[in-house]
Design a protein around this ligand. Structure first.
Ligand code: DLZ
Length: 159
């Protein structure tokens, strides 16, 4: 594709032959499991084989970056999809965990060179978690999986 004669590089939504790791928190598992299902569905619908998808569950969103790093170090995956569900409570815990999860996941991606999709919900209420894990505001797991598919293809196109 070109724009005004200038070459444009873009990723495609094709996941055939690519290997994906999914990391998900067990905390707020009712919602996190919906994100995992959404991510798997999006990967398979775009051509990934179920045999090429691994799901690893960890305690909470705070641990998601650690496990994402472990998976990246195996070099067995073309992309990792990091999922979690944080719901604000009465203490500042939410803010600390959200900040660590966000920074940690970004730094794994930057350090490893593997695309890592950020699929951690940071919700102010239970209602927001319901809306974003498969109801009126979509499914963050699907969104993250789509980003992962596009990024794998984009990295291939840039190489
Ligand atoms: C402790 C905690 C709290 C209060 N809330 C959440 C949450 O909303 N979502 C989540 O994924 N994890 C939560 N956790 C657990 C932490 O992420 C972590 O697992 C523990 O602090 C142990 O390190």
């Amino acid at each position: 594709m070109t724009i005004d004669g200038v070459k444009v590089v873009e990723g495609l939504f094709q996941a055939q032959g690519k290997r994906f790791g999914i990391v998900a928190s067990r905390w707020n598992g009712f919602f996190a499991d919906r994100l995992v299902e959404g991510a798997i569905d999006a990967l398979v619908r775009h051509g990934a084989s179920r045999d090429d998808i691994s799901v690893v569950k960890c305690p909470g969103s705070f641990e998601v970056p650690m496990v994402t790093k472990k998976l990246a170090e195996t070099k067995k995956f073309d992309a990792i999809i990091s999922l979690g569900v944080l719901i604000r409570g009465a203490t500042p815990h939410f803010d600390h965990i959200s900040a660590e999860a966000t920074k940690g996941i970004a730094s794994v991606s930057m350090d490893s060179g593997i695309p890592v999709a950020f699929g951690v919900l940071t919700c102010d209420s239970l209602e927001q978690a319901i809306e974003r894990s498969g109801s009126k505001a979509g499914n963050k797991g699907v969104e993250a999986a789509m980003a992962a598919i596009e990024m794998v293809s984009l990295y291939d196109a840039i190489e």
